[in-house]
Design a protein around this ligand. Structure first.
Ligand code: SAH
Length: 226
């Protein structure tokens, strides 16, 4: 895994990446920091080499273990809602992600937050995600092999939490581990499609907003060694 081609050629070149960013802009992603982070981040090293030529299409792709790297538009949308409120940027220093997967979403977050904590239940995905962080010289991401339904108590409270698997309901532990003024973005629903919810934690309670219909792999229980 030391042989990542970070710059890319042909279908993974800078020009191909620029086209994806244009597409995200057309679809309504306006946060410049999100767009610039995704422009420079080589998504092709987060997928299998055989699929690298499709890495800059706006689609989800398989990453093994029956899991997927999310569609770039959804990554951009979720990141944008975590770091901006209307037109104004919101500072989020400490961010928790549930569902490390390929490590792509965590890498995007690492450029926008001071510290990123990410939890994954499949051990086999963790080592490869870590090797990608090393190749990209990203040093502010901590990874834990655990059931993300329990959050990451020792590192809490968080300013923001992003769940990248479809949850039957919002796990209580995540709400508990969020600061007042913090925000969770999470796909919630039974079955194949979910509602992408924003949950704001205020001193008066939780405020929920549904922003899109999405399709994520399910948030499961327990951990596995693979
Ligand atoms: N954010 C990832 C995409 C995630 S796919 C990326 O950028 O590539 C969803 C991931 O959530 C899968 O890797 C899956 O194993 C993980 N997952 C599902 N249930 C989980 C749980 N309870 N705790 C932690 N991770 C979980």
């Amino acid at each position: 895994m030391s042989s990542f081609n970070l710059n890319g050629i042909g279908m993974t070149s800078r020009r191909t990446r620029d086209r994806l960013i244009e597409r995200l802009r057309e679809k309504g992603i306006a946060d410049q920091r999100v767009l610039e982070t995704m422009r420079m981040l080589p998504r092709h090293i987060f997928v299998d080499e055989a699929l690298a030529h499709r890495a800059y299409e706006d689609i989800a792709l398989p990453i093994g273990f029956n899991q997927t790297i999310s569609q770039p538009y959804i990554v951009a949308l979720m990141t944008q809602v975590l770091f901006s409120d209307g037109d104004s940027a919101v500072k989020r220093e400490s961010v928790l992600e549930i569902g490390t997967g390929s490590g792509y979403q965590a890498s995007v977050l690492s450029h926008m937050a001071k510290r990123v904590y990410t939890v994954e239940r499949i051990s086999g995905l963790i080592e490869i995600a870590k090797s990608r962080f090393r190749a990209l010289k990203i040093r502010n991401i901590r990874v834990k092999h655990d059931d993300g339904n329990t959050g990451w108590e020792q590192q809490s409270p968080f300013d923001a939490i992003i769940v990248t698997a479809g949850a039957p309901a919002v796990p209580d532990a995540l709400v508990d581990q969020l600061n007042i003024g913090g925000r969770i973005v999470i796909p919630v629903g039974q079955g194949e499609s979910q509602s992408l919810l924003i949950i704001d934690k205020t001193s008066k309670g939780l405020q929920k907003t549904n922003i899109a219909d999405v399709r994520f792999v399910p948030l499961l229980r327990g951990t596995i060694e693979l």
